[in-house]
Design a protein around this ligand. Structure first.
Ligand SMILES: Cc1ncc(COP(=O)(O)O)c(C=O)c1O
Length: 254
């Protein structure tokens, strides 16, 4: 962003996560609304932001559908995407919502475990609540305020989620599950070694779930996994964690 001319100001409050960055950006906007244009990178926030972001991201679903029909001649059985605020997932899902045969699965981060503050599995473990101007599932502390959250992925540690995902969950149209840091890192290494594609740590959560269910499925089952980003940005973090003994580099496989 700086290379392209943006001035980047780090969020210094609270846990210094995405939630605090959104808090501070909203506060800056409110202070100077006449001269500020607020941009939001996920399918969260007050209307019409979730709708706008879904529409912009829906190109992912349209392209995926076109490509899978060309490659396989039929719709996939599963579409799997990681869920932080929910933009890559809703972009993918939106094109398949009307195709009842396609199972839509969102994967949230269970981080270090399911105890308070160790995860950000909002749809799996949260309850209805309002934050950042929208009503959705939310992880709360004992006072009803946004909970502390954690994930190995900076893009997934958010204590709420795009409202359309809450709706899909309540309708039963999409299923939401979770994957841990360890499962995501295993998937990160697996795809890097087997395909030469380094996935973002966020996307690795979706991959981890695909790898979890694939062995139980029929051989001709088609699973589309949304690789929402590249893992180049995560290589230094992985290297650091390996050097600190938090994760082991796997043996190179052919
Ligand atoms: C590569 C990547 N994937 C996924 C996400 C999660 O966001 P969302 O759930 O809005 O797609 C992020 C967030 O920063 C990200 O960087």
């Amino acid at each position: 962003m700086e290379m392209l001319g943006a001035k980047v100001i780090p969020a210094e409050s609270g846990q210094k996560t995405l939630k605090e960055a959104v808090d501070e950006a909203l506060a800056a906007w409110v202070q100077d609304a006449d001269n500020t244009f607020y941009l939001l990178g996920s399918a969260v926030g007050p209307h019409p932001y979730p709708l706008m972001v879904r529409e912009f991201q829906s190109v992912v679903g349209r392209e995926a559908k076109k490509q899978v029909l060309e490659a396989e001649g039929r719709l996939p059985d599963y579409c799997i995407a990681c869920v932080g605020g929910g933009s890559n997932a809703i972009g993918m899902f939106s094109e398949f919502i009307g195709d009842e045969s396609v199972k839509l699965v969102g994967v949230e981060p269970s981080g270090r475990g399911l105890d308070y503050g160790q995860h950000a599995a909002t749809l799996c473990l949260g309850e209805p609540g309002v934050m950042h101007g929208f009503n959705s599932y939310m992880l709360k502390d004992t006072e009803g305020e946004p909970a502390e959250v954690y994930s190995i992925s900076a893009g997934l540690d958010y204590p709420s989620v795009g409202p359309e995902h809450s709706h899909l969950k309540d309708l039963g149209r999409a299923e939401y599950v979770h994957a841990s840091d360890k499962e995501a890192v295993d998937a990160f290494f697996e795809l890097s070694q087997m395909e030469g594609i380094i996935p973002a740590l966020e996307s690795s959560h979706a991959l981890a779930h695909a790898m979890r269910i694939a062995p139980e499925l029929d051989k001709d089952t088609i699973i589309v996994v949304n690789l929402s980003g590249r893992g180049d940005k995560d290589v230094a973090q992985i290297e650091q964690m390996v050097s600190e003994g938090k994760f082991e580099l796997p043996k190179v496989r052919g």
